[in-house]
Design a protein around this ligand. Sequence first.
Ligand code: FE2
Length: 309
Amino acid sequence: MAAISNLGYAVFGVSDLAAWERFAVDLMGFQAGRREDGRLLALRMDDREQRVVLERGDEDDLRAAGWQFDTEDDLAAFVTGVRAQGVAVEACSSDLARARRVERLYSLDDPNGFRHELFFGPAIARAADPFRSSVMKGPGFLTGPLGIGHLLPRANDYAATVKFYREVLGLKISDYIREELGPGMVADATFFHTATGRHHSLATAGFPSPKILNHLMVEVQDMDDVGLAYDRCVKAGCTIMLELGHHPNDRMFSFYVRTPSGFAIEIGWGGIVVDDANWQVITYDKMSDWGHKRNQPRIAATASSSSQG
Ligand SMILES: [Fe+2]
């Protein structure tokens, strides 16, 4: 059956493109790609023309996730299957496909109003213009068949959202984490992988949030690039939302930094890849096996240091 290959791109609506360019290029290690003055900046992570697209907008949130299919036939069969379930899928204009730098594009909305785009045929940058990060020590981001990383959007209706990701998007469950944070307070998250097996390309949880997106995770090939990014972010005065730590399920060593849009980027190293032939779905009882200490925003921490938890 035709299945999503990987998470190929993400699109954000951001209010401050200049702040994002400094953050993404000078701190995170992305490369600035094509730009439309004051309207759009594309970020590169590898040989693709664009992997993260920043569009000028006031919502400071996720606009779309781009799910890649390996062939045109896979994409067509998948769209037919989704429509057969009674779910509306829109064929996008060739102008939008060109803007996304893909050959063909469809879109559908999930129960949270989060837009999913389905594509095949991404554009590769000119050979004369290989990916180069101005700050990374190692060879760069870990992408290729594993895609750009993962997204954690909120779920308004957790059960309906999990059902949609499984049955409509056809994603496979990697595992669950249910952590008791306090009496009667349980953090409950479900993790999903695509055909190429990055531990999760999408996770969701039923937390209250004005934004759709909690975080985007990107992974680097050299562990030192996590530490070096951490040092750059601290020096630049960024808010570290979760300190360095390690997740028990995807085994990612990472930290979370606040982007200029308020949601976080998790930058990590060492994530595992799921082999469906030998995979057992299990439930963990904590989000992190060490670290990932949660920081209050720096202004609040100065006003009341006892509120740190
Ligand atoms: Fe994550």
